[in-house]
Design a binder for this molecule. Structure first.
Ligand code: GUN
Length: 302
Protein backbone atom coordinates (compact mmCIF):
# COMPACT_ATOMS: atom_id res chain seq x y z
CA UNK A 1 0.00 0.00 0.00
CA UNK A 2 1.14 3.52 -0.71
CA UNK A 3 -0.42 6.08 1.61
CA UNK A 4 -2.21 9.22 0.48
CA UNK A 5 -0.03 12.19 1.40
CA UNK A 6 -1.70 14.79 3.60
CA UNK A 7 -0.05 17.98 2.43
CA UNK A 8 -0.53 20.96 4.71
CA UNK A 9 0.46 23.36 1.93
CA UNK A 10 -2.53 22.43 -0.23
CA UNK A 11 -5.06 22.51 2.62
CA UNK A 12 -3.54 25.79 3.82
CA UNK A 13 -4.25 27.45 0.45
CA UNK A 14 -7.89 26.34 0.64
CA UNK A 15 -8.35 27.81 4.13
CA UNK A 16 -6.48 31.04 3.35
CA UNK A 17 -8.73 31.65 0.33
CA UNK A 18 -11.79 31.14 2.56
CA UNK A 19 -10.40 33.52 5.19
CA UNK A 20 -9.57 36.19 2.63
CA UNK A 21 -13.09 36.28 1.30
CA UNK A 22 -14.48 36.30 4.88
CA UNK A 23 -12.29 39.30 5.74
CA UNK A 24 -13.54 41.15 2.64
CA UNK A 25 -17.15 40.34 3.50
CA UNK A 26 -16.79 41.54 7.11
CA UNK A 27 -15.09 44.72 5.93
CA UNK A 28 -17.95 45.39 3.49
CA UNK A 29 -20.72 44.68 5.99
CA UNK A 30 -19.21 46.00 9.24
CA UNK A 31 -16.47 48.41 8.13
CA UNK A 32 -13.79 46.69 10.23
CA UNK A 33 -10.91 44.25 9.62
CA UNK A 34 -9.31 41.80 12.07
CA UNK A 35 -6.55 43.44 14.11
CA UNK A 36 -3.58 41.32 15.21
CA UNK A 37 -0.64 42.48 17.30
CA UNK A 38 2.51 40.36 17.27
CA UNK A 39 4.91 40.96 20.13
CA UNK A 40 8.48 39.78 19.65
CA UNK A 41 11.01 40.10 22.46
CA UNK A 42 14.67 39.76 21.48
CA UNK A 43 16.14 38.42 18.24
CA UNK A 44 16.05 34.63 18.46
CA UNK A 45 16.35 33.62 14.77
CA UNK A 46 13.60 30.96 14.92
CA UNK A 47 11.20 33.39 16.62
CA UNK A 48 12.04 36.17 14.14
CA UNK A 49 11.33 33.78 11.26
CA UNK A 50 7.99 32.59 12.75
CA UNK A 51 6.83 36.12 13.51
CA UNK A 52 7.81 37.35 10.03
CA UNK A 53 5.68 34.60 8.45
CA UNK A 54 2.76 35.42 10.74
CA UNK A 55 2.97 39.13 9.87
CA UNK A 56 3.17 38.42 6.13
CA UNK A 57 0.20 36.06 6.24
CA UNK A 58 -1.88 38.55 8.24
CA UNK A 59 -1.05 41.34 5.80
CA UNK A 60 -1.91 39.18 2.78
CA UNK A 61 -5.31 38.49 4.32
CA UNK A 62 -6.00 42.21 4.75
CA UNK A 63 -5.69 42.34 8.56
CA UNK A 64 -4.56 45.37 10.51
CA UNK A 65 -1.13 44.11 11.65
CA UNK A 66 0.72 45.80 14.47
CA UNK A 67 4.33 44.71 14.96
CA UNK A 68 5.95 45.27 18.32
CA UNK A 69 9.65 44.42 18.66
CA UNK A 70 11.17 44.84 22.11
CA UNK A 71 14.75 44.30 23.27
CA UNK A 72 15.70 41.35 25.53
CA UNK A 73 16.13 43.86 28.34
CA UNK A 74 12.40 44.64 28.62
CA UNK A 75 11.10 43.91 32.12
CA UNK A 76 8.14 41.68 32.93
CA UNK A 77 6.26 44.73 34.23
CA UNK A 78 6.81 46.64 30.98
CA UNK A 79 5.60 43.68 28.94
CA UNK A 80 2.51 43.35 31.15
CA UNK A 81 1.75 47.04 30.60
CA UNK A 82 2.03 46.52 26.85
CA UNK A 83 -0.40 43.58 26.96
CA UNK A 84 -2.87 45.53 29.10
CA UNK A 85 -2.78 48.35 26.53
CA UNK A 86 -3.70 46.00 23.68
CA UNK A 87 -6.40 44.39 25.83
CA UNK A 88 -8.04 47.85 25.90
CA UNK A 89 -7.46 48.63 22.21
CA UNK A 90 -10.78 48.20 20.35
CA UNK A 91 -9.05 47.82 16.96
CA UNK A 92 -7.03 44.80 18.14
CA UNK A 93 -8.82 41.43 18.25
CA UNK A 94 -5.86 39.09 18.61
CA UNK A 95 -2.74 39.39 20.78
CA UNK A 96 0.19 37.12 20.10
CA UNK A 97 3.27 37.18 22.33
CA UNK A 98 5.89 35.00 20.66
CA UNK A 99 7.35 32.35 22.96
CA UNK A 100 9.83 31.56 24.40
CA UNK A 101 10.36 34.79 26.33
CA UNK A 102 13.73 35.66 27.93
CA UNK A 103 14.41 33.74 31.16
CA UNK A 104 13.86 36.74 33.45
CA UNK A 105 10.22 37.01 32.31
CA UNK A 106 7.55 34.61 33.63
CA UNK A 107 5.74 33.60 30.44
CA UNK A 108 2.76 32.23 32.42
CA UNK A 109 2.17 35.67 33.92
CA UNK A 110 2.22 37.25 30.48
CA UNK A 111 -0.13 34.66 28.93
CA UNK A 112 -2.50 34.99 31.89
CA UNK A 113 -2.59 38.77 31.38
CA UNK A 114 -3.94 38.50 27.82
CA UNK A 115 -7.70 39.01 27.57
CA UNK A 116 -8.96 35.43 26.94
CA UNK A 117 -11.19 36.81 24.17
CA UNK A 118 -8.06 38.09 22.37
CA UNK A 119 -5.90 35.04 23.12
CA UNK A 120 -5.75 33.70 19.56
CA UNK A 121 -2.97 31.26 20.55
CA UNK A 122 -5.47 29.55 22.88
CA UNK A 123 -2.86 29.33 25.67
CA UNK A 124 -4.77 31.19 28.43
CA UNK A 125 -6.19 28.84 31.10
CA UNK A 126 -9.71 30.06 30.27
CA UNK A 127 -9.27 28.89 26.68
CA UNK A 128 -7.72 25.60 27.80
CA UNK A 129 -10.85 25.10 29.95
CA UNK A 130 -13.14 26.02 27.06
CA UNK A 131 -11.37 23.46 24.88
CA UNK A 132 -11.81 20.71 27.46
CA UNK A 133 -15.50 21.52 28.00
CA UNK A 134 -16.13 22.00 24.23
CA UNK A 135 -17.50 21.79 21.62
CA UNK A 136 -19.87 24.79 21.90
CA UNK A 137 -17.57 26.49 24.46
CA UNK A 138 -14.42 26.34 22.32
CA UNK A 139 -13.23 29.71 21.04
CA UNK A 140 -9.56 29.45 20.16
CA UNK A 141 -8.17 25.94 19.69
CA UNK A 142 -4.35 26.17 19.68
CA UNK A 143 -2.96 26.40 16.15
CA UNK A 144 -1.09 23.09 15.79
CA UNK A 145 -3.84 20.78 17.07
CA UNK A 146 -6.43 22.85 15.18
CA UNK A 147 -4.36 22.30 12.03
CA UNK A 148 -4.24 18.55 12.64
CA UNK A 149 -8.00 18.42 13.25
CA UNK A 150 -8.70 20.38 10.07
CA UNK A 151 -6.39 18.18 7.96
CA UNK A 152 -8.17 15.05 9.15
CA UNK A 153 -11.61 16.61 8.59
CA UNK A 154 -10.88 17.98 5.12
CA UNK A 155 -9.33 14.70 3.98
CA UNK A 156 -12.59 12.85 4.68
CA UNK A 157 -11.04 10.46 7.22
CA UNK A 158 -13.69 8.74 9.34
CA UNK A 159 -13.23 9.64 13.00
CA UNK A 160 -16.47 8.44 14.56
CA UNK A 161 -15.70 5.45 16.78
CA UNK A 162 -12.09 5.39 15.54
CA UNK A 163 -9.26 4.42 17.88
CA UNK A 164 -7.08 7.54 18.10
CA UNK A 165 -3.70 7.20 19.77
CA UNK A 166 -1.78 10.36 20.63
CA UNK A 167 1.94 9.96 21.34
CA UNK A 168 3.04 12.82 23.62
CA UNK A 169 1.23 14.75 26.36
CA UNK A 170 2.44 18.31 25.82
CA UNK A 171 0.21 21.29 26.52
CA UNK A 172 0.86 22.54 22.98
CA UNK A 173 -0.14 19.44 21.01
CA UNK A 174 -0.79 16.14 22.83
CA UNK A 175 -3.32 17.25 25.46
CA UNK A 176 -5.33 19.60 23.22
CA UNK A 177 -5.59 17.24 20.22
CA UNK A 178 -6.61 14.38 22.53
CA UNK A 179 -9.41 16.56 23.93
CA UNK A 180 -10.51 17.71 20.48
CA UNK A 181 -10.77 14.17 19.08
CA UNK A 182 -12.66 13.07 22.19
CA UNK A 183 -15.46 15.64 21.83
CA UNK A 184 -19.00 14.65 20.99
CA UNK A 185 -18.87 16.49 17.69
CA UNK A 186 -18.61 16.03 13.95
CA UNK A 187 -15.02 15.28 12.97
CA UNK A 188 -14.33 13.85 16.45
CA UNK A 189 -16.10 11.13 18.50
CA UNK A 190 -12.89 9.07 18.71
CA UNK A 191 -11.87 6.67 21.43
CA UNK A 192 -8.67 8.37 22.56
CA UNK A 193 -5.55 6.95 24.20
CA UNK A 194 -2.65 9.21 25.16
CA UNK A 195 0.75 7.54 25.51
CA UNK A 196 3.95 9.13 26.80
CA UNK A 197 7.48 8.54 28.08
CA UNK A 198 6.28 6.40 31.01
CA UNK A 199 3.92 4.22 28.97
CA UNK A 200 4.90 0.56 29.32
CA UNK A 201 4.31 -0.67 25.79
CA UNK A 202 4.21 2.07 23.15
CA UNK A 203 4.13 -0.40 20.28
CA UNK A 204 1.03 -2.18 21.66
CA UNK A 205 -0.98 1.04 21.71
CA UNK A 206 0.28 2.40 18.38
CA UNK A 207 -0.63 -0.86 16.63
CA UNK A 208 -4.28 -0.38 17.65
CA UNK A 209 -4.53 3.11 16.20
CA UNK A 210 -6.83 3.96 13.30
CA UNK A 211 -5.58 7.52 13.76
CA UNK A 212 -2.04 7.87 15.09
CA UNK A 213 -0.83 11.32 16.08
CA UNK A 214 2.81 11.55 17.01
CA UNK A 215 4.16 14.61 18.81
CA UNK A 216 7.04 13.22 20.84
CA UNK A 217 10.04 15.14 19.49
CA UNK A 218 12.06 11.93 19.05
CA UNK A 219 13.32 11.31 15.51
CA UNK A 220 11.81 8.16 13.98
CA UNK A 221 10.43 6.94 17.31
CA UNK A 222 7.51 5.17 15.62
CA UNK A 223 8.60 2.09 13.74
CA UNK A 224 6.82 0.89 10.59
CA UNK A 225 5.71 -2.33 12.30
CA UNK A 226 3.82 -0.25 14.89
CA UNK A 227 1.47 1.08 12.21
CA UNK A 228 -1.89 -0.55 11.54
CA UNK A 229 -2.37 -1.10 7.79
CA UNK A 230 -4.56 1.70 6.38
CA UNK A 231 -4.19 3.96 9.44
CA UNK A 232 -4.03 7.74 9.28
CA UNK A 233 -0.60 8.82 10.56
CA UNK A 234 -0.04 12.46 11.55
CA UNK A 235 3.59 13.24 12.32
CA UNK A 236 4.05 16.49 14.25
CA UNK A 237 7.77 15.97 14.91
CA UNK A 238 10.28 18.31 13.30
CA UNK A 239 13.73 17.11 14.35
CA UNK A 240 16.98 18.53 13.02
CA UNK A 241 19.22 15.52 12.38
CA UNK A 242 22.00 17.20 10.41
CA UNK A 243 22.77 19.66 7.62
CA UNK A 244 23.09 19.50 3.84
CA UNK A 245 23.76 21.84 0.94
CA UNK A 246 20.56 22.92 -0.80
CA UNK A 247 20.52 22.05 -4.52
CA UNK A 248 18.44 25.18 -5.18
CA UNK A 249 20.29 27.85 -3.23
CA UNK A 250 23.68 26.22 -2.65
CA UNK A 251 23.32 27.17 1.03
CA UNK A 252 23.50 24.98 4.12
CA UNK A 253 20.05 23.81 5.23
CA UNK A 254 18.87 21.58 8.06
CA UNK A 255 17.98 17.95 7.42
CA UNK A 256 14.60 17.45 9.11
CA UNK A 257 13.10 14.14 10.21
CA UNK A 258 9.76 13.46 11.78
CA UNK A 259 8.88 11.22 14.73
CA UNK A 260 7.82 8.49 12.28
CA UNK A 261 9.98 6.46 9.91
CA UNK A 262 8.25 8.02 6.88
CA UNK A 263 9.82 6.02 4.02
CA UNK A 264 8.69 2.70 5.44
CA UNK A 265 5.49 3.92 7.09
CA UNK A 266 4.06 5.32 3.86
CA UNK A 267 3.92 1.77 2.48
CA UNK A 268 1.67 0.67 5.36
CA UNK A 269 -0.47 3.67 6.30
CA UNK A 270 -3.60 4.78 4.46
CA UNK A 271 -2.78 8.48 4.91
CA UNK A 272 0.41 10.08 6.16
CA UNK A 273 1.85 13.58 6.64
CA UNK A 274 5.35 14.25 5.25
CA UNK A 275 7.98 16.13 7.30
CA UNK A 276 8.48 18.90 6.36
CA UNK A 277 5.34 20.02 4.52
CA UNK A 278 2.71 18.17 6.55
CA UNK A 279 1.32 19.74 9.71
CA UNK A 280 3.81 22.66 9.76
CA UNK A 281 2.21 24.82 7.05
CA UNK A 282 -1.19 24.58 8.80
CA UNK A 283 -0.30 26.27 12.07
CA UNK A 284 -0.03 29.93 11.01
CA UNK A 285 -3.19 29.48 8.94
CA UNK A 286 -5.15 28.30 11.99
CA UNK A 287 -3.83 31.23 14.00
CA UNK A 288 -5.23 33.53 11.31
CA UNK A 289 -8.56 31.68 11.48
CA UNK A 290 -8.65 32.27 15.24
CA UNK A 291 -8.02 35.99 14.66
CA UNK A 292 -10.86 36.26 12.14
CA UNK A 293 -13.05 34.38 14.62
CA UNK A 294 -12.02 36.74 17.44
CA UNK A 295 -13.52 39.60 15.42
CA UNK A 296 -16.60 37.53 14.51
CA UNK A 297 -17.24 36.76 18.20
CA UNK A 298 -16.93 40.45 18.99
CA UNK A 299 -19.40 41.34 16.25
CA UNK A 300 -21.74 38.57 17.42
CA UNK A 301 -21.75 36.89 14.00
CA UNK A 302 -20.70 33.47 15.32
N1 GUN B 1 6.51 29.81 19.72
C1 GUN B 1 6.50 28.66 18.99
N2 GUN B 1 5.24 28.37 18.60
C2 GUN B 1 4.45 29.36 19.08
C3 GUN B 1 3.06 29.62 18.99
O1 GUN B 1 2.27 28.87 18.40
N3 GUN B 1 2.62 30.76 19.60
C4 GUN B 1 3.45 31.59 20.28
N4 GUN B 1 2.92 32.67 20.86
N5 GUN B 1 4.76 31.37 20.39
C5 GUN B 1 5.25 30.26 19.78
Amino acid sequence: MTAILLKGKEIREEILAELKSEVEQIKKEHGIVPGLVTVLVGEDPASVSYVTSKIQTAQNLGFKEVQVNKPETITGEELLELVHGYNRDETIHGILVQLPLPKHIDDKKIINAIDPDKDVDGFHPVNVGRLVIGPSEVKFPPATPAGIFEMIRRSGIKTEGAEAVVVGRSNLVGKPIANMLLQKAEGANCTVTVVHTRTKDLAFHCKRADILIVAAGVPQLVKPEWIKPGACVIDVGVNRVGEKISEKSGRKIAILKGDVDFDMAKEIAGWITPVPGGVGPMTITMLMKNTVNALKYKLGII
